[in-house]
Design a protein around this ligand. Structure first.
Ligand SMILES: O=C(O)CCC(=O)C(=O)O
Ligand SMILES: [Fe+2]
Length: 236
């Protein structure tokens, strides 16, 4: 999949960088078309292609379930992971400099994965999530080892209002010695939200400071909601 057509870039990376710096998150509208969304969501029930299934209530993660894809990832998922990584790595590197962190991220995802694999993080992290009425996802961070790529993406595969109600994507930002700030991200089917895994730099009146981010999903009031999660580091 190419995120750039000759006529029009599918993603305005300049704009995205500005949104991420200013607000910590950004929405890529219509990243997947409804057919691609439906095909991915229907794949949730496939017998093969996944390495594990997690029932959230069993772990205190919330209510609902998810499945981690196995390698090789389905082509649309692999293509998205590959295509979204380079521009996000540029943001990640700027953030690392701003936060005074020593790590730098290679330009290509294959090279970053090689680092993960060398560090023993070899299991794929892209996942499909499924929520039914009453389900929710507690605020969390998707950390799976020492190596953390600081941005991740979630694509809403279902149509709000039609397939489900409630179930909003929520981000919280915990500021040092201050009260936390919440953000609800409105998404339509096929929209992707880009957000920080763990921390991000915020420009305050007295310089840069570091905030801790968490994400989750509010309770579904009805219907069924599927999401595709794209995390760029692999898991131990
Ligand atoms: O279902 C959602 O919108 C959130 C999914 C999630 O937690 C993730 O992709 O890491
Ligand atoms: Fe998550």
């Amino acid at each position: 999949m190419s995120l750039m057509t000759r006529e029009r870039p599918l993603v305005d990376w300049e704009w995205l960088r500005g949104e991420l710096d200013a607000h910590g998150c950004a929405v890529l509208e219509g990243l997947l078309d409804p057919r691609a969304c439906a095909a991915l969501a229907a794949g949730y029930d496939a017998e093969e292609g996944f390495r594990s299934r997690v029932v959230m209530a069993r772990h205190g993660f919330g209510r609902g379930e998810y499945r981690y894809f196995a390698y090789p990832l389905p082509e649309p998922v692999a293509a998205l992971r590959r295509a979204l990584y380079p521009p996000l790595a540029a943001v990640a590197n700027r953030w690392a400099v701003a936060l005074g962190q020593p790590e730098r991220f290679p330009e290509e995802h294959a090279d970053y994965l090689a680092l993960c694999h060398r560090a023993g993080q070899t299991r794929p992290t892209p996942l499909l999530l499924r929520y039914d009425a009453g389900d929710y996802n507690c605020l969390h961070q998707d950390l799976y080892g020492e190596l953390v790529f600081p941005l991740q993406v979630a694509v809403l595969l279902s149509q709000p209002g039609e397939d489900f109600t409630g179930g909003e994507f929520v981000l919280t930002e915990q500021r040092p010695r201050m009260q936390s700030r919440a953000e609800v991200v409105p998404l339509r089917q096929g929209d992707a939200v880009v957000f920080p895994v763990n921390q991000r730099p915020v420009r305050g009146t007295r310089g840069l400071y570091r905030v801790t981010m968490r994400h989750g999903v509010s309770r579904l009031r009805g219907g069924r909601r599927h999401t595709l999660g794209i995390i760029f580091h692999d898991a131990r």
